[in-house]
Design a protein around this ligand. Structure first.
Ligand code: ATP
Ligand code: MG
Length: 256
């Protein structure tokens, strides 16, 4: 599904951020990426979906059309590849003045003719699919509300519904539950987990208790390389190594 090989990225000042990142992800996996703040997790996700170009290395998506390299592609070709990569950000990035349903339908923008998408001219069939996606994540009743009136957890679920309309092979979720209370966080994660039946999910998480409960695998990044790639029940000595030796820096739930 996804192969990242020898990926490297320097900061604009020339300092190396990601030095040599390699991993492979298959459909069915729910992979957590973890590591200290500033280590390059968001930059890594951006490289995976082609928003940021790596300096070297490869990002290859293996979908219907066989293996295709994301980096190096531009314009139409990149757009075609990216429409099958869903992305949810912290804060959901909904268009606040549009209705929930309209927000979800924008998930189809990568698929439809640009002249039509300019006018946001969606068909009834697209609206129906958007309603189905909202139902799947449990917020169909909010379809005609303006996005700005939703709670954070509701917004995240709408963002997932929007990503579903892309029919992604791969869903990238950058701290999708970081701003949510535990109840809303669970609701969002309960929506995400079953989606791995159709796709691979890579999420950035800071709470290792979430990783243990929901993910199938964890990848720890330190000093620009993969310092851990294994079970979601990350051993304590690994946490020590990935986050440094100060126990208080461990982003684990209280009482652990
Ligand atoms: N466009 C940019 N220009 C300059 N520096 C950047 C740019 N994008 C990212 N950085 C820097 O790269 C480093 C890694 O950023 P990134 O957002 O990937 O970190 P992160 O691991 O996601 O951290 P967090 O857990 O805080 O979200 C940071 O020091 C950030 O300031
Ligand atoms: Mg980040």
């Amino acid at each position: 599904m996804l192969t990242v090989k020898g990926l490297a990225k320097r900061l604009p000042d020339g300092k190396p951020l990601l030095r040599d990142i390699s991993f492979q992800v298959e459909k069915g996996e729910f992979v957590a990426v973890f590591g200290e703040s500033g280590v390059g997790k968001t930059v890594l996700l951006r490289c995976v979906n082609g928003l940021t170009a790596p300096d070297s290395g490869e990002v290859v998506i293996n979908g219907d059309g066989g293996p295709q390299r994301v980096n190096g592609k531009t314009g139409k070709e990149l757009r075609r590849l990216r429409r099958r990569i869903g992305m949810i950000f912290q804060g959901a990035n909904l268009v606040k003045r549009l209705s929930v349903l309209e927000n979800v339908m924008t998930g189809r923008l990568g698929w439809i003719n640009p002249s039509r998408s300019l006018l946001y001219g969606f068909t009834d069939q697209e609206a129906e699919r958007a309603l189905e996606a909202l139902e799947k994540v449990g917020v169909k009743h909010l379809a005609f509300r303006r996005a700005e009136t939703l709670s954070g957890g509701e917004m995240q679920r709408v963002a997932i519904a929007r990503a579903l309309l892309q029919e992604p092979y791969l869903l990238l979720a950058d701290e999708p539950v970081a701003s949510l209370d535990p109840k809303n966080a669970s609701a969002v994660l309960d929506c995400l987990k079953p989606l791995t039946a159709q796709m691979a999910i890579i999420g950035v998480f800071h709470h290792l208790d979430i990783v243990r409960k929901y993910c199938t695998r964890a990848i720890g990044i330190r000093d620009g390389v993969v310092a851990y790639d294994g079970k979601p029940d990350v051993p304590r000595d690994v946490l020590n190594a990935v986050y440094g030796s100060e126990p208080r820096a461990w982003p684990v739930a209280a009482g652990q």
